[in-house]
Design a protein around this ligand. Structure first.
Ligand code: HEM
Length: 265
């Protein structure tokens, strides 16, 4: 050992970066996209959100109407909920008490998991670096909308980072819709009402809170349909591999447009 260096052991500067790009045959590149915490919290979140929606539908069926204000408006509801098949419910039959147990347990899973993901996102600066759109991103918003409308998605170097629409959608879900689901749900909880009854007043009453809670759930369902649709469209195996192992394959760069899936030319 000389000068604090153990012979045969690489110093920090010589240690290979485990997350550096890995060249693949045919000019493709394997790039590291999602750290373990993001992957685990994503799949915990998917489980919690799906169970929350299915048990939430069961709870909704105990009073399949939506209203605005403090009280339900018998005979003139804002929305009447149509029948929902049992296979979409948790448990798979009408049972308010059991559905509430599932809903409240997974609400805690959702909250704790979400807080861990948020804390990590801010501390590691993942939000700044990967999710928050830059001015440059925003300037490219309309061209990106046109590309999306034509179902053109880059698969080469351009796919290394999320595009501006992806960034805006993820940020909107993480910072607006998911917290809205949580706050509207919390405002209806009798336990929380004892200390935070003001939340119900802000919402305009229990029926408004219930309707807003339903709207946030519907926005989440809409997001899941488009999100999963795009996961399939832009390369199911590659996207799923990224969210399971962390690694994502970039195709070799080609003249603009040639690598785009859905491009008829
Ligand atoms: C079965 C349902 C779902 C599947 C198959 C799925 C799949 C995926 C995949 C493959 C990615 C990585 C995309 C990429 O690397 O370009 C991803 C990212 C993401 N998903 Fe999902 N997802 C699902 C449900 C959800 C739900 C319910 C939410 C939230 C309500 C959600 C929120 C997100 C977010 C915010 C990201 C970006 C995370 C980050 O980079 O920090 N996903 N999803």
């Amino acid at each position: 050992m000389t000068d604090g260096v153990i012979e045969g052991v690489a110093g920090p500067e010589e240690r290979p970066d485990r997350h550096a790009d890995r060249p693949l045959p045919d000019g493709r590149t394997d790039t590291y996209r999602h750290p373990p915490l993001v992957r685990v919290s994503h799949w915990v979140n998917v489980t919690a959100v799906v169970i929350l929606i299915m048990s939430g539908l069961n709870i909704l069926l105990a009073h399949p109407h939506l209203d605005w204000g403090r009280d339900t408006n018998w005979g003139n509801h804002w929305v009447d909920i149509p029948p929902i098949p049992n296979w979409l419910l948790i448990p798979d039959h009408r049972n308010l008490a059991e559905a509430r147990h599932w809903h409240f347990f997974f609400a805690w899973v959702f909250v704790i998991n979400g807080l861990i993901y948020l804390a990590y996102g801010f501390i590691s600066r993942r939000f700044n670096g990967r999710l928050w759109p830059s001015r440059e991103d925003l300037a490219g918003f309309w061209p990106s909308v046109k590309e999306h409308a034509r179902f053109h998605f880059p698969k080469d170097e351009e796919a290394r980072n999320y595009n501006v629409i992806q960034k805006l959608t993820y940020v909107f879900m993480i910072l607006v819709v998911l917290p809205m689901m949580l706050i509207t749900g919390l405002s209806m909880s009798p336990g929380f009402n004892a200390v935070g009854g003001f939340l119900l007043d802000i919402m305009g009453g229990r029926q408004s809170a219930r309707t807003l809670h339903f709207i946030s759930g519907a926005l989440i369902v809409g997001f899941i349909v488009v999100h999963v649709g795009l996961v399939f469209w832009t390369g199911f195996v590659n996207n799923m591999r990224a969210m399971i192992t962390g690694w994502f394959v970039l195709e070799p760069s080609t003249p603009h447009g040639e690598d785009r899936k859905g491009d008829p030319s």
